[in-house]
Design a protein around this ligand. Structure first.
Ligand SMILES: Cc1ncc(C[n+]2csc(CCOP(=O)(O)OP(=O)(O)O)c2C)c(N)n1
Ligand SMILES: [Mg+2]
Length: 655
């Protein structure tokens, strides 16, 4: 006997109502509304093996409407994943439960990406879909042949990033991506009529998407729409007309079900309405068995895939690629040796390009791009031909002017596996993609942000383009490695460090202007400790000048003057405060001795530098917006010169 699908979906509804009630917080409406769609997806379409959540050729499922996390937890549990257990679900939203308020990729293996910031899940899924096509082009249908499914809400489609994400997906014709839109016409404030009159179907169609509509509570109609989506070569949006909180007789269809427990009375009424008599957190055996059967199909597909992998000539390469282990090779070594033989005076953005030329030759997993600043960010190399809808084997993505979409897509590629993404824009526009950088960091993903034009040193483009607070604000973000190299050798070292970070993103802040070479040895990666003594004092040390990037050269010139006045001055290149903070106390005290005057110099806000200088140290920087002028005039105007800084240090020393 086959059970009515409604009952299978009601298992999701019951778990959602009961877990939210037990936690006395959470969002029952969305899981209850989309339960029928999710059931159809799991029963007939989603390719997954619950016994191996990391199977490389699984479909990717993204719950972009992350507030509906109970839908993800319920389906993973019902479909037979080891976690979450029913006890995990009982502890929904409690400390140490993997069933966090919003889904976290690092808490449960079946959660592909952290969601909750609306719009980003869908945009991340675009990166997953790109990764799938790219690896398919390299390894063929036998090894890579999966789909990307997204459940998104009204909020995900309303957020600005949605425009960037679907523009990129439509342009690249990512036909294996399907968005199931929970078209319930309700958000927190009430009806969507309050805030939008948009024709979403028309917008998607105009962006190169295929659009379907279905009754999100009718499994037959849902299947029809999904079949049509699969048949169409374009990415698809399926507007699933649903009722939020479906089954709660007095509250369904209203925003009251969005983000609050239904209450004991309404839950009892819903049980009657849905014909669900089981106790809270109890799944009747026949329903549990039907759900478990969905996973069995995937196990069989996985076994067939294993057979194909064993006989595939690229087996080893594929497995190495998916393992994420990457090692800079011969080209990188040769490049480093060349830097010592002939130290170049180049901008660090150019040094980054030169480094990347070597690294992309060595490492096939590196897939680059830029948000329409390729020539300025220096992100393209001879090894990276464009990735286009006609040739997904390319390794360079023209993201267009879509910084946020680029960053979210890079997260998706990193999460998918098999790709180490890097992408460029101007440092000042880090703000445009900051919310996705935050998710790179939270999700512990190796994504490399190439952010050039990193100070007033960019000159005439003026204050709109000159970062001031950016470096320090990015350093404040947990688990993000911010690096600002001072010359070509440091830039190469920073790249090596960025690629070695398997569990965090990196951001390289690079100059537009040329910088003189400072380092003439490459035997040891000195940047690894975050801050190191680039030059030791000659006379007895009184001062330590701590500078970053382009200001390191300035610090060396100032040190000369201080030495000339009879005081010893160390110069420390503080490439990465995060890495420096990770060193032991003895190392830190050696580099920043407590008895010296510590002076920070960075062409950005002085806010936060007191953490190294102490309140009695000196901080040189810029605490206003920049200005439009040639570079030398700007450095003079903002007092970042030998003549402006040296007397203030000498005065502090009592001269
Ligand atoms: C970027 C962002 N802004 C605001 C929120 C807070 N928020 C969570 S859900 C939601 C309403 C979303 O409406 P919809 O997607 O239609 O979800 P539904 O109420 O239908 O479940 C809002 C504003 C958020 N999570 N992310
Ligand atoms: Mg809604």
């Amino acid at each position: 006997m086959t059970l009515p699908e409604r009952q299978l979906a009601n298992a999701i509804r019951a778990l959602a109502m009961d877990a939210v009630q037990a936690a006395n917080s959470g969002h029952p409406g969305m899981p209850m509304g989309m339960a029928d769609v999710a059931t159809v997806l799991y029963s007939d379409y989603l390719k997954f093996d619950p016994t191996d959540p990391k199977w490389a050729d699984r479909d990717r499922f993204v719950l972009s409407a992350g507030h509906g996390s109970m839908l993800a937890y319920a389906t993973l549990h019902l479909a037979g994943y080891a976690r979450p257990t029913i006890d995990d679900i009982r502890n929904f939203r409690q400390l140490n439960s993997p069933c966090a308020g919003h889904p976290e990729n690092f808490e449960l293996e079946g959660i592909e990406t952290t969601t909750g910031p609306l719009g980003q899940g869908l945009a991340t899924a675009v990166g997953m879909a790109i990764a799938e096509r790219h690896l398919n082009a390299l390894y063929g249908d036998d090894l890579v042949d999966h789909r990307t499914w997204v459940i998104a809400g009204d909020g995900c489609l309303m957020e600005g990033i949605n425009h960037e994400a679907i523009g990129l997906a439509g342009h690249l014709q990512l036909g294996r991506m399907t968005v199931l839109w929970d078209d319930n016409k309700i958000t927190i404030d009430g009806s969507t009529d309050l805030s939008t009159s948009e024709d979403i179907a028309a917008r998607y169609a105009a962006t190169g998407w295929h659009v379907e509509c279905c009754d999100g509570h009718d499994p037959v109609d849902i299947r029809r729409a999904i079949d049509a989506a699969i048949a169409d070569p374009r990415p698809s949006l399926i507007a699933c007309r649903t009722i939020i909180g479906f089954g709660a007789p007095n509250k369904q269809g209203t925003s009251a079900t969005h983000g609050a427990p239904l209450g004991a009375d309404e839950i009892a009424a819903a049980r009657t309405e849905l014909g669900w008599s089981a106790d809270p957190f109890v799944i009747p055996a026949d329903i549990a068995a039907a759900w478990a059967a969905f996973g069995e199909k995937g196990k069989a597909l996985h076994a067939e895939w294993n057979d194909r992998l064993s006989s595939n000539e690229k087996k080893k390469e594929f497995e190495d690629r998916l393992s994420g282990k990457i090692v800079p090779g011969d080209a990188f070594k040769a490049y480093l040796d060349g830097l010592v033989a002939e130290p170049p005076k180049v901008a660090t953005r150019k040094a980054s390009e030169n480094t990347l030329s070597a690294l992309t030759a060595d490492i096939a997993a590196l897939v680059g791009g830029s948000a329409d600043l390729t020539g300025s960010n220096n992100t393209k190399t001879p090894s990276t031909k464009p990735l286009t809808k006609g040739d997904y084997s390319g390794r360079y993505i023209y993201y267009g002017i879509r910084e946020f979409g680029m960053a979210a897509a890079m997260n998706g590629m990193a999460l998918h596996g098999g790709i180490v993404p890097y992408g460029g824009t101007f440092l000042v526009f880090a703000d445009y993609c900051r919310a996705a950088i935050r998710l790179s960091a939270l999700q512990q993903q190796r994504v490399v942000y190439v952010m050039t034009h990193d100070s007033i040193g960019l000159g005439e483009d003026g204050p709109t383009h000159q970062p001031i607070e950016h470096l320090q604000s990015l350093r404040a973000m947990p688990n993000l490695l911010v690096m600002r190299p001072a010359d070509a050798v440091e830039t190469a070292e920073c790249w090596a460090l960025a690629l070695a970070q398997e569990g965090r993103p990196s951001l390289l802040a690079l100059t537009r202007q040329n910088l003189p070479p400072q380092r003439h040895d490459v035997t040891e990666n000195l940047c690894e400790k975050g801050g190191y003594r680039l030059r030791a004092a000659s006379a007895a040390r009184k001062v330590v000048l701590v500078a970053t990037g382009s200001e390191v050269a300035l610090a060396l010139d100032i040190a000369d003057k201080i030495e000339a006045a009879g005081h010893g001055a160390d110069v420390v290149s503080m490439v990465s405060t995060e890495l420096f903070d990770e060193q032991d106390a003895a190392y830190q005290a050696d580099i920043l001795p407590p008895d010296a005057l510590i002076v920070s110099i960075e062409a950005g806000t002085t806010f936060g530098w007191e953490r190294y200088t102490g309140r009695n140290g000196l901080r040189f920087g810029i605490d206003s917006f920049g200005a439009s002028a040639p570079i030398d005039d700007l450095y003079a105007h903002f007092g970042l010169t030998v003549d402006a800084i040296t007397p203030r240090i000498l005065a502090k020393l009592g001269n």
